[in-house]
Design a protein around this ligand. Sequence first.
Ligand code: PLP
Length: 438
Amino acid sequence: MIRVPIPGPKAQRIIQADEASMATTTKTSPIVAESALGVWVTDVDGNRLLDFAAGISVLNVGHSHPAVVQAVREQAGRLSHFAGTDFYYENQTRLAERLAAIAPGSHAKKVFYTNSGTESAEAALKLARWNRQRPLTVGLLGAFHGRTLGALTMTTSKPVQRSRFNAYTGGGQHIPAPYCYRCPYKLEYPSCDLHCAKILKELYFETSIPPDDVAAFIAEPVMGEGGYIVPPKGWHAAIKSILDEHGILFIDDEVQSGIGRTGYWFAIEHHGIVPDIVTTAKALGSGLPIGAIIFRADLDYTKSGAHSNTFGGNLVAVAGALATLDVIEREHVLQNTRTQGAYLQTRLRELQVKYEEIGDVRGLGLMVATEFVTSRTTQEPAVRLRDRILQESYRRGLILLPCGRSSIRYIPPLIIQREEIDEGVEILDAAIQAARAR
Ligand SMILES: Cc1ncc(COP(=O)(O)O)c(C=O)c1O
């Protein structure tokens, strides 16, 4: 329910102060939150908004889930930090065991805790390089793995992320992404015979990338910031078998797609391969900063001090993570994600029939996007229209985020119900109409 136009008077004051004192980052909408519960956010001027952004795929069990709040409160009152990299605390081990149990594959696994997605990428890249003692990592053009320098080496979703930093990133190689809607080879699935996977071996490993120099290949199971691109069936398996020929490790970046977002604990389960290293963060702590890498136990460091940190596995964050996993299990959140995700895609496809500018609807579970184009024939990205739709949406009480060049992602908390999806899609429909008319 919108009571005053966004940004309201209180919000405007806070935004002004923010602009004066905070670094420039990636702000997209002038929404200033006051509190939130479940899928609803209340802003500082008393507006109530439906959240289809979930803090960038973080609040998977919804805002302020009572079980998470209680676990966090209790832990904060008992012991908040003890430096688990140097000492011991039982809950860290319990969470590690649970992560190992839900991560793909029945092999023995170990866990290293981080504080963010980018730190998980760093940890994964370092572990791979330490083990293989090879200098290169291969990834996908359009991928996002974080912004610290190691992770940035593999991030290529927008030029602005690398501009002026290129000189400090090293050892990254990239191949075109398996982006069927805009196939870089102008082929069609399945007659393409997965050319976009085979090219790694047939062209790159024969020319610019010596496979014996490659420690790891890193990819997201659904490319997130790059536009919610879902690789075609069989792509992961084809890539994995090429990597196996050369002893190259597969890093599965589940920072955005993991912890139930696609209806499975980890999205790679849709693709049927078992990665060597899995990265996670975002939704793991329901808003508390915690990430982890879950890796083959035989890859563990054999020297103390090769890698560590201070806050990894912070006890309050670990309590939040354990409670989050409990909620997902107890409330059958994975099942709900599959059901509501299918429903959301159906509703978005209805809009696609109505609006020529929706070129593509894609995604897995509740990790869904629509790509906007000026015409379905030319597929020219409709960037300005997409931006206007985002604006018209929050004005009507729907929080959304962009991704890729001209896409909008729909990533509500996974506890969302059908009526709330209907409400969101109705607002979106009105927003598209208003944006087209401008
Ligand atoms: C797939 C993926 N990896 C890594 C990151 C980096 O995470 P963080 O922003 O927590 O550093 C993100 C963030 O959006 C992501 O989507």
